[in-house]
Design a protein. Structure first.
Length: 164
């Protein structure tokens, strides 16, 4: 066998291997998640997902999701702002009950497509930048997260308008 024949055979084997191996990859294009501008944080018991503050400078709302990773009901008893000096200021008196191995969405659609109102917060800062928040739970303690403050424009207009 001459050199050209061996090169051609190697090329054909490589091409067949590529086609065969690439067809083994499993994929499901129906599995997707909607990207968001918020941030996430985790503790061993709680997950915070896509959390952000929507603000117009005088009114603000908190949006995102809380995921309970435990087999017990847990409740968000407060959400506080932690400033650069470490001072903690309560942002809301709202409570949020999260069922065992469940999630609560606020100001964002849940997997069923239903939208729960965002949580109105006592934040008077301007949009732009990050702020540190502290979520306090009855059973899981505190979970800290830095979240963006986004302007109440476009898709976020309704988030701020519907805040409770």
């Amino acid at each position: 066998m001459n050199r050209t024949s061996r090169t051609l055979i190697c090329f054909v084997i490589a091409a067949v291997a590529c086609v065969t191996l690439s067809s083994c990859a499993e994929s499901n294009v129906n599995n997707f998640s909607r990207a968001g501008n918020g941030t996430s944080a985790d503790s061993t018991q709680i997950g915070l997902r896509n959390v952000l503050i929507v603000s117009n400078g005088s009114k603000a709302a908190l949006a995102g999701a809380v995921v309970n990773k435990t087999d017990q009901i847990d409740t968000v008893t407060s959400v506080s702002l932690v400033d650069a000096t470490g001072k903690v200021s309560n942002l809301t008196n709202s409570t949020l009950v999260v069922g065992p191995r469940g999630a609560q969405y606020f100001g964002a659609p849940n997997p069923a497509g239903n939208q729960r109102p965002a949580i109105a917060v006592a934040f008077k800062g301007q949009p732009g930048g990050l702020v540190k928040l502290l979520f306090t739970f009855t059973k899981s303690g505190d979970v800290a997260i830095e979240v963006p403050v986004v302007p109440a424009l476009g898709e976020y207009t309704a988030t701020l308008a519907g805040a409770k």
